[in-house]
Design a protein around this ligand. Structure first.
Ligand code: GDP
Length: 242
């Protein structure tokens, strides 16, 4: 660690996660959790806030576990999606804490992998300097993280990708990073329109519609599909070394 001092702080949010954890632990005997009775591809047994990376090259958790990063413009529904994914409210509460919204926040899941919640983009009015700092934080994290297995890129199902979505997507393609596309807030579309919208989004991004997961944090649609896709990424060696 470089000692930038941006690691876990003792107060509030981490304790919230611990409380959520004890309240929401799966009550079934462990023999049932992994057996055929469980259709859940990602049963959360342990969730831990590891800390935040505030600047390029600053503190980050030791890269011992596989990492999956989550990217998207601000307000795309990333916090709601992460809460749904891990079935906790506390996770996104950490990332929304003042002072943490511009950091990369790391969460350990089941001592199995690490979620890296990247700061949202799309702040039209922030200064060029801050934008540059934000981008170098994300760029260096994505370029240099030896355990990164892939990126989950969120786009709002109702809108065409923004210029920043396209820039991020191109960057990930250049990097060669495996990328899952998630179309968020599909509950806001008419059911009959979902397939066509997801197809149009996939076209705009140049990916197969089958690679794009329709998701709703309100109904839970897509949660298990996303969880299974993430587990598949985590179980694959880092693309940079394969
Ligand atoms: P973030 O800035 O990307 O973390 O976005 P949030 O998760 O905070 O969501 C932004 C807004 O969209 C909030 O008002 C959420 O309640 C809403 N939202 C997020 N996900 C969904 C969803 O799947 N369906 C609907 N209807 N609203 C959502």
């Amino acid at each position: 660690m470089s000692g930038e001092g941006q690691g876990p702080r003792a107060e509030g949010s981490a304790a919230d996660i611990a409380r959520d954890e004890s309240r929401q632990q799966d009550p079934r005997p462990s023999s049932l959790v992994s057996g055929p009775a469980s259709a859940d591809p990602l049963v959360i047994r342990r969730l831990e806030f590891l800390g935040g990376m505030a600047q390029a090259g600053g503190w980050r958790p030791e890269p011992t576990l596989p990492e999956v990063a989550f990217a998207g413009r601000s307000n795309v529904g990333k916090s709601a999606l992460l809460n749904r994914l891990v079935r906790r409210k506390a996770l996104a509460r950490v990332s929304k804490t003042p002072g943490r919204t511009r950091e990369i926040n790391f969460f350990g899941v089941n001592d199995q992998f690490v979620l890296a919640d990247l700061p949202g983009y799309g702040y039209a009015r922030i200064s060029k300097d801050r934008k540059a700092g934000w981008w170098s934080l994300i760029e260096r994290y994505l370029r240099e993280s030896s355990q990164l297995r892939g990126v989950v890129q969120l786009v709002d199902a109702r809108h065409d990708p923004s210029d920043e979505d396209l820039l991020m997507f191109d960057f990930l393609a250049d990097l060669g990073a495996p990328t899952l596309v998630v179309a968020t807030k599909v509950d806001k579309l008419r059911r009959a329109d979902v397939a066509a919208r997801v197809g149009a989004l996939a076209d705009a991004l140049g990916v197969d519609a089958e690679q794009t997961i329709p998701f709703s944090a309100v109904t839970g649609q897509g949660r298990d599909e996303l969880a299974a896709a993430i587990i598949a990424l985590v179980d694959t060696p880092p693309w940079r070394h394969s």
